[in-house]
Design a protein around this ligand. Sequence first.
Ligand code: ASP
Length: 320
Amino acid sequence: MKPFVAACALACAFALCVEAAEPPFAIAVHGGAGPMTRATLAPESERAHRAALVEALETGQRILAAGGTSLDAVTAAVRVLEDSPHFNAGRGAVFTSEGTNELDASIMDGATLRAGAVAGVTNVRNPVEAARAVMEKSHHVLLAGRGAERFAKEQGLAIVDPSYFRTEERWRQFRRAKEDGKLGTVGAVALDRAGNLAAATSTGGIANKRFGRVGDSPIVGAGTWAENASVAVSATGTGEMFIRAAAAHDIAALVKYKGLAPGAAAREALAKVVALGGTGGVIVLDRGGDPVFSFTTEGMYRGYAKGGGRAEVRVFRDEP
Ligand code: ASP
């Protein structure tokens, strides 16, 4: 009996060691930074946003758990948020001043620094997939407008009538206020079991933007960055200032060259955005799979899951 017990104990200890030595995987997502507080966000809206973020995280998590790549995980997580009408990306995108929807997205592979992006597309159901196709199936990094749309169609991606993007809620907002500043971009950063980082971002841009306007989300280095040697970043906020601050790349550079911790790097980069008159937030993931959520607004839709752990979602600033 005794040798049997000893053998069991040894086997268990070995299993625990193997478990502990398993490479970590993790994913973080955001659904935009903005002025939402408990007082201003309707409970149903809050529930819907939280549920979509959990679905996005769990979708990415399943891919990573099965040994899938961080690129597949961020693509799938962003696609979930694009398909949700609650975020300003894909279905649910805000309107331009002309009452149209123009979508931007980008993706980056931290292992190879390959990147792809599309800007100003009006009929591609999932812009993040078009960005991915540009990265993998073309020699280019950024395709815009009609050229991007034709490319997406040639690649066999789902093409929809532009009215697909026109949700009643956004249309009411547009008609009511013609206000600007409505935020809600989506993004994801992930680390896979092979130790590779990836990032993706997708948006309808800023409400009431001039048609033809392109923000930071499809600009590699501004709204998205991933580099195994530092961190993966997806940003949301007033795109013009994120472009001028090269915000996503700035965070990676501060980590890589100045040796800052990702949290300090995010704060320093966002301070530059604020100094330019901008506002917003970032999600950052390092190669240990640890996340940073940093934002200058009241709230940011955000969430995180590590390994097989529970998907945790937050909205307001004061949530622990
Ligand atoms: N950064 C996006 C843009 O400027 C908007 C947002 O994040 O809400 O297009």
